[in-house]
Design a protein around this ligand. Structure first.
Ligand code: HPA
Ligand code: ZN
Length: 336
């Protein structure tokens, strides 16, 4: 296993499912709270970490929205994003596609441009100084209504050149993709690509809706798709990419034993699965730790790991030439 761990650590990787607000480490949360005069319900970093025990998605989301309250200025969003980029650089992630939740900020009085300018400036530095290429994906909060999502889309139009796609996150149960049919249609008209969280806690019907109504280009999580054979076969035959997040599934109790994680079945059924970290500061690991967890629990081979990394590069929103360049970084690594 130590050998396989070293192989994972050195392997060039792409991350395709990462909420930037979910990369807020307790240390940065504390320092921003102090700077911005915000009181936290925790006294120490250890107390924060101890509080990160979740029974389900909603239990996590309550703490996640509270945590992001310390983000106030453009520099705060820069610092958050820069910390994430330097961390993944140390893990040989060479391309990342980052979610952000504008409504989590505009609803508490932070302007859209504060959020996007801070994140974007860090991404430019990430490209120039760390060689990490990236795209931004703007998520709509599905527990809010569609009119709020439409307003958010309007706010984003002046920043279209900085945003590659739209996504759908937050509380899944009771908020099916069909609730957002109009805003996704509008976003597609404007040229955005589309992704959606579906089948994390929600049933296979939600995945069908994400495919048929939202016309998604990539599926976030998708675990519960396996409950429906027709859906599973369709995902396989259309090579739809799934952004799987092993430690997230474990921490949110979707998977109680990592040895039962559905990734093995996904690979066996030829699903186009990728490995991602979701909210690494909350779920106990970045990309490499997510790879380690499934490699160990599911006894993955080196070939499985290479397949997962290749799937990741293939599933990016890069053009064919850029994808080939990413794959060749992996080829070079394998030749060493
Ligand atoms: N699921 C849904 N919404 C989210 C998540 C997640 O794992 N992380 C942040 N917002
Ligand atoms: Zn997510």
């Amino acid at each position: 296993m130590t050998q396989l761990r070293a192989f994972i650590e050195g392997m060039p990787k792409a991350e395709l499912h990462l909420h930037i607000e979910g990369s807020l480490e307790p240390e940065l949360m504390f320092s921003l709270a102090q700077k911005n005069n915000i009181s936290l319900p925790f006294k120490t970093v250890e107390e924060v970490r101890d509080a990160y025990q979740f029974s389900d998605l909603q239990d996590f989301l309550d703490i996640y929205y509270q945590g992001m309250g310390v983000l106030q200025t453009e520099q705060d969003f820069y610092d958050l994003t820069w910390a994430y980029l330097t961390k993944i650089h140390s893990q040989n992630v060479i391309h990342t596609e980052i979610f952000f939740d504008p409504q989590g900020h505009t609803d508490r009085g932070i302007s859209f441009d504060t959020v996007i300018n801070g994140i974007h400036r860090a991404l430019v530095d990430g490209s120039e100084k760390l060689g990490i290429s990236s795209y931004l994906i703007m998520c709509f909060l599905r527990h809010l209504d569609e009119s709020a999502a439409l307003e958010t889309l309007e706010q984003a139009l002046p920043y279209k050149d900085k945003i590659k796609g739209v996504g759908l996150d937050s509380s899944e149960l009771g908020h099916p993709p069909s609730k957002f049919a109009h805003v996704f249609a509008r976003a597609k008209q404007e040229g955005f690509l589309a992704v959606a969280h579906a089948g994390e806690e929600g049933p296979p019907e939600y995945v069908f809706e994400a495919l048929d109504i939202l016309k998604i280009d990539r599926l976030d999580h998708g675990n519960r798709s396996l409950e429906n054979d027709t859906l599973t076969q369709r995902l396989a035959s259309t090579k739809m990419a799934l952004t799987v997040c092993p430690l997230s599934n474990y921490k949110l109790a979707g998977v109680t034993d990592m040895r039962q994680h559905p990734l093995r079945e996904m690979l066996d059924k030829n699903l186009n699965a990728t490995i991602n970290s979701d909210d690494p500061a909350y779920f106990g690991g970045y990309m490499n730790e997510n790879y380690f967890a499934v490699a160990e629990a599911l006894d993955l081979s080196k070939d499985d790991l290479i397949t997962l990394a290749r799937n990741g590069f293939n599933a990016t929103f890069c053009n064919l030439q850029e994808k080939a360049a990413l794959q060749s970084r992996l080829d070079d690594y394998l030749k060493q």
